[in-house]
Design a protein around this ligand. Structure first.
Ligand code: ADP
Length: 323
């Protein structure tokens, strides 16, 4: 591999810049040329590609978002779109890619890599922590901290008014963000997609008399079709339990922003360097994962498999610590 392209794709996450920086510098350190590709697969198709030097990535490690911008790209889902993308790679002499993104982006990377026999290494860039084969993802720790800070503020007002708050957080089909935020902020419960039916979770919560001895309660809810979202749950409680003073807070996109935590910067830097190492070792179609603090190579197929289990130990910790 003599020349690589790096792009960020799909939902953005804090720490993506730290990853771009590490990938760029590790590639140059190993004598490769590096091309920054803007707006994910969209820029690969529209040829928004620029050569990066070491100083192209100066002063970005502390910044949220992604200097390369990110996008979703319908065209990359088509053979014609991917053909144009491949032609643009050839035009610049790019012979491998590092793709930083979530499960959609890595799914696309797998399709593209197989079609054109291109070495691609993925980095898990998502606040959702929903990829298999890695304990954590770039952006997850920052998002957890952002949610925790928001929860501390909500707690103040919830306590003053003795209210029950449903707080909706991101995570799609994955409850880790809600569950660990609940533990970190001392919330009473987390309603998450892994536990099948929202109705049961809510009913169980109420039956446990979770509010009896408390002046306020906070329940984290994963934004997902399975949970129905915080708004729906609150409506149900209002109807069925009119004695509760219920409020909803949807944290929304603020969860995606902010300066990355030390942990995310270090993770992104390690994974960025590992991505280039993987290419030097002729690895392809793998995502860089981290397991028990060691770098691991995870085949795309396994990384994107949607069967990540929620930790029973964490569920137990939340249950016990919120009595
Ligand atoms: P994320 O990476 O955050 O999960 P998305 O699911 O929106 O974000 O995926 C980002 C992009 O990856 C899509 O807009 C599309 O360009 C590409 N992609 C996703 N799935 C596929 C697929 N099956 N084939 C080709 N490209 C895909």
């Amino acid at each position: 591999v003599k020349s690589i392209g790096v792009l960020t794709s799909g939902g953005d996450a804090p720490g993506m810049n730290a990853a771009i920086r590490a990938v760029t510098r590790a590639a140059i350190f190993n004598g490769m040329r590096v091309f920054g590709i803007y707006r994910g697969y969209k820029g690969l198709i529209s040829n928004e590609i620029e050569e990066f030097k070491t100083n192209s990535v100066s002063n970005i490690i502390q910044k949220g978002g992604t200097i390369l911008k990110t996008a979703r790209c319908e065209e990359f889902m088509t053979e014609a779109g991917r053909k144009t993308a491949y032609e643009n790679m050839q035009r610049h002499g790019i012979d491998a890619l590092v793709v930083i993104g979530g499960d959609g982006s890595l799914t696309g990377a797998g399709v593209f890599a197989n079609e054109y026999n291109i070495p691609i290494v993925g980095l898990p860039g998502t606040i959702d922590n929903d990829l298999n084969g890695t304990d954590t993802t770039i952006g997850y720790d920052t998002a957890l901290n952002t949610i925790m800070e928001s929860m501390d503020k909500i707690r103040d007002t919830a306590t003053s008014h003795e209210r029950l708050f449903f707080v909706e957080v991101m995570g799609r089909n994955c409850g880790y963000l809600a569950l660990n935020s609940a533990i970190a902020s001392g919330a009473e419960a987390a309603i998450i997609p892994e536990i099948s039916i929202e109705k049961d979770q809510l009913a169980e919560l109420i039956n446990q008399g979770f509010r009896k001895s408390k002046s306020s309660s906070m329940v984290l809810v994963t934004e997902s079709e399975v949970t129905g979202g915080a708004m729906n749950l609150a409506e149900r409680v209002k109807k069925e339990y009119p004695q509760y003073d219920v409020r909803v807070s949807i944290l929304g996109h603020l969860q995606r922003g902010g300066s990355p935590t030390a942990q995310d910067r270090i993770l992104a830097s390690r994974m960025g360097v590992a991505a280039i190492q993987a290419l030097l070792e002729n690895q392809r179609n793998v995502m860089i994962g981290i397991r028990e603090n060691e770098i691991d190579y995870v085949p795309f197929k396994r990384a994107i498999k949607k069967d990540r289990e929620i930790s029973p130990e964490l569920l137990e910790v939340l249950k016990i610590s919120s009595i």
